[in-house]
Design a protein around this ligand. Structure first.
Ligand SMILES: [Zn+2]
Length: 179
């Protein structure tokens, strides 16, 4: 979970698939966190601090293995939902990449000890697999720079694209003379 920087990835990806509502792209970038909430609710995942008895790292949604599985599955689903489009394969690939971008950002930012002192990283797979992460968010300054800078960059790409691809203005017909 790296905050609103995930949303920025969805905004920045809009020019790749202009026919897809940006809301779907943003949903894709947040999907692993949404899955975590669902799995935590049903008892499959444990507390994010995962240090208590019976607690474990977030295997089912935030392990590299499952991130790949979910990215492929949701990419295929997006492609199927867009089956009437000639660009369904591209849409599926971009959506799958949106889902996987979440893991990449989380890998860069975890362990985010500036926000959660007990964070030890995200797992590669199940069991005793290593917990990984570059630990960018060990620094609170990095949190602010990345979250604000990333969001502004994503917004800028999205807004610039919207401005450049604005629908042409409607031309008004001159009034017809009354016969
Ligand atoms: Zn996450």
């Amino acid at each position: 979970m790296a905050g609103i920087a995930h949303v920025a990835v969805g905004l920045a990806a809009k020019p790749l698939v202009p026919e897809v509502n940006v809301g779907w792209l943003i949903l894709g970038t947040c999907l692993l966190d949404i899955l975590w909430i669902v799995f935590w609710t049903v008892g499959l995942e444990t507390s994010p601090a995962y240090h208590g008895p019976g607690a474990h790292p977030p295997y089912w949604d935030h392990s590299l293995l499952m991130a790949v599985v979910w990215s492929v599955l949701f990419g295929l689903l997006a492609s199927w939902l867009a089956r009437r489009s000639r660009r369904r394969i591209r849409i599926g690939i971009v959506f799958g990449l949106m889902v996987f971008s979440h893991w990449v950002l989380d890998w860069i930012t975890h362990p985010m000890t500036a926000l959660s002192p007990t964070d030890v990283g995200i797992p590669l797979a199940f069991g005793n697999s290593p917990l990984v992460g570059l630990g960018l968010y060990r620094s609170l300054t990095a949190v602010w720079v990345t979250e604000i800078g990333g969001t502004l960059a994503g917004l800028a790409i999205y807004i610039l694209w919207r401005v450049r691809n604005k629908q042409p203005e409607l031309t008004l017909e001159p009034p017809r003379p009354i016969v």
